[in-house]
Design a protein around this ligand. Structure first.
Ligand SMILES: [Mn+2]
Length: 537
């Protein structure tokens, strides 16, 4: 937050009684669904039979596995959704005593690629199942089917071309009726549910896997069915490795998925790692310890590289952007570095690498909606989200691109969405309890509510606890405001300024101490100024 940051209040007046509903509606949950959204126990899942090809998919798989000689393969995609959907399908296959051959990507990739097609082709499979990818891999699919391999695709990505040789289950085949915001693991679980129903088998529980995948794939959680999966899946975690990971995170919440589980699994695809060992942990309880060890090793290795490349990056800061280059070997870190440079410069950031003779490629991160603006220049291609995308710039256009950027006049001051303004005297324990007991709601498009206020305090009222890092604490109207890990200049500013005016953005929680509960504001961002008494009233 800078002193110029524009704040947008999502809720104009914070009323503790209706706050949760008001906030959810402001973020896009339809008003008519709000009660079901908050408590989705009575919400019905969409029937798997609404998906085109479902019967054909079940029959195809049934026919192949009825022959004990059949060889079946599963391709694991390179992220947490890929792992969750492959786990769902393997759990199901194992429940009917089928042991598939598992294929992994040699790099961070999706679906059938030039890097894995030969290995898969040489395996002479009767059936290849591709969860979480593959819808548009037409060429490689026909290459495999020409040798007699049947292909089942359980995907959730947009369909851009016909792929007549594979059996495809994908909500985009019927956008009007199906949940196109479901994850790959969600689509896979639909197939597993359908198969078990069709052949009278005991259901195989996969909702825990789906819940994690919806969060890690940043699927739209304002969709009621996705909310239902998260609610059911996180309330009943059965996969032993997931249970183990949630225990380590000390809570089965979206926060634990986003901040503990997904980073550990996704790190496997950034650095050299033994993905097979980790995947084994999801399908074989006796492999959990070694899987966890490998996750941590990859996570630490990934953090080490992140620290190295983000330590002193060479940044070319221009009027409307910041640019940095990395080596090709660090291709999977361009997004992380771009985030750091954006934090530091507050400008649209490009982290590029010299891909080949023709193009620069990399990541774009921006404080404002930017991808469409970039594409309108026709001098580059930005694909992904407006504020975070991949970018490709042809080398012959590079100078023209920079010139074009320089000639634009952007308003680069971002708007930050917050729940609303909330002064300390309007904070009560009830509101804090509402927010804390609904932790399961805070995911993806519905972040934990943040509020803003201005604290006017004397520095003698502020407590600074100095240990390995400094913690700030001040009380106002019975609410303790705390901030962790102060920077040295912040400590100096507070110590040298008698009367402080601190603009804060904070989240709410409860402080439990000696059996009493008091409201607590956790400061996320602040600007510290001297209080000159202006605009006091
Ligand atoms: Mn996915």
């Amino acid at each position: 937050m800078t002193s110029k940051t524009k704040l947008k209040n999502l809720v104009s007046k914070i009323n503790p009684r209706s706050f949760i509903s008001d906030y959810l509606i402001a973020l896009g949950v339809p008003e008519s669904e709000i009660d079901d959204y908050i408590c989705p126990v009575n919400v019905q899942y969409q029937s798997p039979w609404d998906y085109p090809n479902m019967k054909l998919a079940c029959k195809t798989v049934n026919q192949i596995i009825s022959n004990p000689e059949s060889s079946i393969g599963v391709l694991v995609d390179s992220d947490l959704d890929g792992c969750m959907s492959a786990t769902a399908i393997v759990q199901f296959l194992k429940s009917i005593s089928v042991n598939p051959k598992i294929f992994f990507h040699p790099n961070k990739a999706h679906g059938l690629t030039t890097y894995n097609i030969d290995e898969i082709e040489n395996a002479n499979l009767n059936l290849l199942i591709i969860p979480d990818a593959g819808s548009n891999d037409t060429q490689y699919c026909s290459r495999l089917t020409s040798h007699g391999t049947k292909i089942l695709i359980l995907d959730h990505h947009e369909i851009t071309k016909p792929n007549p040789n594979a059996v495809i289950i994908n909500p985009h085949m019927d956008k009007a009726h199906l949940n196109t915001k479901l994850s790959g693991a969600g689509v896979t679980s639909k197939f597993v549910d359908a198969y078990c129903e069709m052949y009278g088998l005991n259901p195989v529980y996969t909702k825990d896997l789906v819940a994690c995948s919806i969060i890690s794939d940043v699927c739209d959680v304002t969709v009621l069915e996705n909310r239902k999966y998260i609610y059911d899946g996180l309330s009943r975690v059965e996969n032993p490795f997931l249970k183990f990971l949630f225990d380590k995170a000390k809570e089965a919440t979206p926060h634990a998925v986003g901040w503990t589980i997904a980073p550990k699994i996704n790190a496997l695809f950034r650095v050299e790692s033994d993905i097979a060992t980790v995947f084994e942990g999801f399908i074989n309880p006796s492999a959990i310890e070694s899987a966890y060890k490998e996750c941590n090793r990859a996570y630490n290795a990934s953090r080490k590289i992140t620290n190295e490349i983000t330590k002193d990056p060479i940044i070319d800061e221009q009027k409307n952007c910041a640019i940095s280059f990395v080596e090709n070997e660090n291709a999977s870190f361009t997004g992380l570095l771009a985030n750091r440079i954006l934090d530091a410069t507050k400008k649209p950031t490009f982290v590029l690498r010299d891909k080949d003779d023709r193009v620069y490629t990399g990541s774009m991160r921006s404080p404002i909606e930017f991808a469409s603006i970039l594409n309108s220049s026709r001098l580059c291609r930005a694909e992904g989200h407006e504020k975070a995308s991949g970018i490709v710039i042809e080398k012959k256009n590079y100078d023209a691109f920079l010139k074009w950027l320089d000639a634009q006049n952007f308003d680069l001051e971002p708007t930050e969405d917050i729940a609303g303004q909330l002064s300390p005297r309007n904070i009560n324990l009830f509101l804090c309890e509402q927010i804390e007991s609904n932790k399961q709601l805070w995911a993806n498009q519905i972040p934990e509510p943040r509020f803003s206020t201005t604290l006017r305090v004397k520095n003698t009222d502020v407590a600074l606890f100095k240990k390995t890092s400094t913690t700030f604490k001040v009380e106002k109207n019975g609410v303790a405001f705390i901030k962790f890990q102060l920077k040295e200049d912040e400590v100096q500013k507070i110590e040298s300024t008698k009367r402080l005016k601190i603009d804060v953005i904070f989240t709410l929680g409860i402080n439990r101490y000696n059996g009493t509960e008091t409201p607590q504001g956790m400061i996320q961002e602040w600007t510290i100024d001297e209080d000159d008494g202006e605009d006091m009233f």
